[in-house]
Design a binder for this molecule. Structure first.
Ligand code: MG
Length: 156
């Protein structure tokens, strides 16, 4: 077994789409990012890379590279999973937390689990997505930022 942890944060700005866990949210503000800014999938990609000891998302998909402009993070996730498999590992389970003030993620968490599970090639019951607000505190609480963290367990 190998464990990995990942974390990500994006500024929220007007005129950008908000995509979380591969699901497009109904929100007037979205993540300011070179790719689609999917904070949850970026945290998960870092957790996967961490577990196999292969650095971080910036090493593999640099935001200075024009080929990743507007990139679909589900595509980056699937490429990362392929890398994990090439290293002789498979995903056992994932736990993740998204922190944002609004919109509420509740009704869409199941869809996120199913999409992430499909990309990882595991059952949705092995992918947990939690949502928390920051109780009005700090950048997340003020609606200026979104954060996520993920933990993944791999098995040989
Ligand atoms: Mg990111």
């Amino acid at each position: 077994m190998r464990v990995g942890i990942g974390r990500d944060c994006h500024r929220l700005v007007e005129g950008r789409r908000l995509v979380i866990g591969g699901v497009a949210m109904d929100s007037p503000r979205g993540a300011d990012a070179h790719s689609d800014g999917d904070v949850l999938l970026h945290a998960l990609i870092d957790a996967l890379l961490g577990a196999v000891g292969l650095g971080d998302i910036g090493d593999h998909f640099p935001d200075t590279d024009p080929q990743y402009e507007g990139a679909d993070s589900r595509d980056l996730l699937r490429r990362t999973v392929a890398l994990v498999r090439r290293n002789g590992m498979s995903v056992h389970n994932v736990d993740a937390t998204v922190m944002l003030e609004r919109p509420k993620l509740g009704p869409l968490k199941q869809q996120m689990r199913e999409q992430i599970a499909a990309d990882l090639g595991i059952s949705p019951g092995r992918v947990n997505v939690k949502a928390k607000t920051a109780e009005g505190l700090g950048a997340v609480g003020g609606g200026e930022a979104i954060e996520a963290e993920a933990v993944v367990l791999l098995e040989e």
